[in-house]
Design a protein around this ligand. Structure first.
Ligand SMILES: Nc1ncnc2c1ncn2[C@@H]1O[C@H](COP(=O)(O)OP(=O)(O)OP(=O)(O)O)[C@@H](O)[C@H]1O
Ligand SMILES: [Mg+2]
Length: 221
């Protein structure tokens, strides 16, 4: 899948960290797209002042290739398309054109769609992998099952002491858990210090790998 969209049902689930890590740990040139506005802070970048994806969606004439002009370098293989000025229009008629172009180009795109349902048009072409990022939290799961589109897979951020298990999450959401991410103080420290882009903590880097492993991709197919 060329385009991977990450979202959560409740704030603070770990979506931005997961999206950033998926992009940073891909050795191929990868584009990270920020629909929510927090990726620069999580990546330790200065707050962007220029245009972003929100501006492109609001402009009538700009071709999809113009989105590349918005990219801010994160590291040697990762570029960030910032949110830009104002909120992203999830209903914009321009999404299909952009997704088709991303899919045709074939360069991996990771979208941080924040909390709440992602733009439905991101899934129109059938080339998008949808990932729900969630804790094993009853309230989050209750909210997630009411949201469309449904995810292809779940990234479970595992807090100690939760009563619900991965299989309960799978049963509630109706999609496989394709990665289990531990709560790790090294991750929180890296984010707070703006150092995630400089060095993804080892455990997180290892745990995120299963998202692109053949068994996971087979499960979501
Ligand atoms: N695996 C983890 N281990 C420890 N702390 C984590 C982990 N993942 C995320 N965090 C911390 O949890 C907080 C929320 O993470 P993050 O910003 O990724 O969540 P979010 O779902 O994107 O939140 P928002 O709803 O604000 O967009 C941050 O302080 C982050 O450092
Ligand atoms: Mg976020």
């Amino acid at each position: 899948m060329t385009v991977t969209v990450c979202w959560s049902a409740k704030g603070g689930s770990g979506t931005t960290v997961v999206a950033a890590t998926l992009a940073l740990s891909n050795p191929a040139p990868t584009t990270l797209v920020d629909l929510d506005g927090e990726l620069p802070s999580v990546l330790g970048l200065p707050e962007p002042v220029g245009q972003g994806i929100a501006d492109w969606l609001a402009a009538d004439a700009a071709p999809p290739a113009a989105v590349d002009d918005l990219v801010i370098d994160v590291d040697r293989s990762t570029g960030l398309v910032p949110r830009g000025r104002g909120a992203v229009d999830a209903e914009s008629p321009r999404w299909p054109e952009l997704v088709t172009w991303w899919a045709e180009r074939g360069r991996p795109v990771i979208v941080d769609a924040g909390s709440g349902p992602p733009p439905a048009a991101l899934f129109g072409a059938g080339t998008t992998l949808g990932l729900l990022v969630t804790r094993a939290c009853y309230l989050s799961l209750r909210r997630a099952v009411t949201m469309a589109p449904r995810p292809d897979g779940v990234v479970l951020v595992e807090e100690p002491g939760r009563a619900l298990r991965a299989r309960d999450v799978e049963a509630a959401i109706g999609a496989p858990v394709i990665a289990r991410i531990s709560i790790d103080p090294a991750v929180a420290r890296a984010v707070d210090a703006g150092l995630l882009a400089a060095r993804v903590p080892r455990l997180l880097r290892r745990e995120i790998r299963t998202v692109s492993s053949p068994p996971a991709l087979e499960l979501v197919r």
